[in-house]
Design a protein around this ligand. Structure first.
Ligand code: COS
Length: 385
């Protein structure tokens, strides 16, 4: 489905495919087993320019957009949904700076991020504030020309690996979502340390870590936008980043489908390859149809965002919810097609199923996505009545 891609995008997909085949596929199982962070591949992605795709040219990026991020993430995720993640997670951590950073902040941070010299991470979730993002308790108190941060963030993708963090904290706890503010915090700032490294079911090659702030002093000029705008910045960030999760889910699903077709052609039972059986043909036909539907919806949303449409929360939630549900179903069916072998770690498909699961959970559970979609439908209906 690449008939509308420009030459740059076609070359980008080819480049990501080459990296996937030559550099990710041979090591994916090792990284999955060891759960270590793939610094060697981060270097390959940086050299390929992937971290600069979504950064404007005036800050040394490639000035491309969400579709390019989606294309790369999809392609890399066909080979490993964990190794691919540092790209979309760095985009997530960078978006708050692009959305609400001032000129000085953009000049200071974006060039390093675009070059992949530094990875970014986004810190919103806390032990008691997951779906209810407005319930965050991390506190940022202004003292002179500094903010003092206290609190803990959990499940932070790229946590510990990233050098630049965009953190949402309360500057006015009485005000609920209107009391949150967003900040840039650099690795190495006194009072900022890393806690537990999570031992995960899937995407094991990605870093997921706790961030701890104990009287962490950051310069007041690291405030993004104005005080009280943090929740809005977080929501706008997630609107922009959820297609990246959809792309990861799509790549995982498409990768599992490819493996299933290959396996079904080779595996013989009852004297013929199992792909000759209608039961298997129906399964792969449905898997492929769902993958194509997810891809169509995702590309349409990415083009909508790149086209400058102002509000895309509903579409962004829809492509995330659909692609991740497809990924879970397709990868489960892939394990089924592989049968007993599919359940064993010697074969690659059980990893795809484990990797798929997180896409229904993070950057907003699919229950929250459905709530966002329904709220928009209700609002639109009220407007039109
Ligand atoms: N863009 C801009 N502003 C938005 C917005 C968006 N997409 N969504 C909400 N807002 C604004 C609202 O307009 C409202 O503004 P006012 O105070 O001016 O009225 C404010 O934010 C609060 O919105 P709302 O009332 O909808 O907040 P809720 O507490 O009901 O929470 C959900 C909304 C559930 C959607 C939010 O908490 C959420 O997205 N949760 C999931 C968080 C998540 O994805 N976590 C994953 C970890 S981060 S990787």
């Amino acid at each position: 489905m690449d008939y509308f891609l420009d030459d740059f995008q076609k070359e980008l997909v080819e480049q990501a495919r080459r990296i996937g085949k030559e550099k990710i596929r041979p090591v994916a199982a090792d990284y999955d087993r060891d759960g270590t962070f793939p610094w060697d591949l981060v270097k390959v992605f940086a050299d390929a320019g992937f971290y600069g795709l979504w950064v404007p040219e005036e800050y040394d990026g490639l000035g491309r957009g969400i579709l390019d991020l989606v294309l790369v993430t999809e392609e890399l995720s066909k080979y490993c949904g964990g190794i691919s993640l540092s790209v979309a997670a760095s985009a997530l951590g960078t978006f708050p700076i692009i959305i609400s950073g001032n000129e000085e902040q953009k000049k200071r941070f974006l060039p390093r991020l675009a070059a992949g010299e530094a990875l970014a991470a986004f810190g919103l979730t806390e032990p008691s504030a997951g779906s209810d993002a407005g319930a965050i308790q991390t506190r940022a108190e202004k003292k002179g020309d500094k903010y003092i941060l206290n609190g803990t963030k959990v499940f932070i993708t790229n946590g510990g690996a990233a050098k630049i963090y965009t953190i949402v904290a309360n500057t006015d706890p009485g005000k609920g979502t209107r009391g949150a503010s967003a900040f840039i915090v650099e690795d190495g700032t006194p009072g900022f340390s890393y806690g537990k490294e999570e031992d995960k079911m899937g995407i094991r090659a990605s870093a997921t870590r706790e961030l701890i702030f104990e009287d962490c002093e950051i310069p007041a000029e690291n405030l993004l936008g104005r005080e009280g705008e943090g929740f809005m910045v977080a929501m706008k960030t997630l609107d922009k980043s959820r297609p990246g999760v959809a792309a990861q889910a799509l790549g995982i699903a498409a990768g599992a489908l490819d493996l299933s077709v290959q396996y079904a052609r080779q595996r013989e039972q009852f004297g013929q390859s199992i792909i000759q059986f209608q039961a298997i043909q129906n399964m792969i036909a449905d898997m492929s149809t769902e993958v194509e539907a997810a891809r169509a919806m995702l590309y349409a949303t990415a083009r909508m965002i790149d086209g400058g449409v102002k509000s895309y929360s509903r579409e962004s939630a829809q492509c995330k919810v659909y692609a991740s549900d497809v990924a879970m179903k397709v990868t489960t069916d892939a394990v089924q097609i592989f049968g007993g072998y599919g359940y064993m770690r010697d074969y690659p498909v059980e990893k795809y199923m484990r990797d798929a699961k997180i896409t229904q959970i993070y950057e907003g559970t699919n229950q929250i996505q459905r709530m966002v979609i329904a709220r928009h439908l209700i609002k639109e209906a009220q407007k039109n009545s």
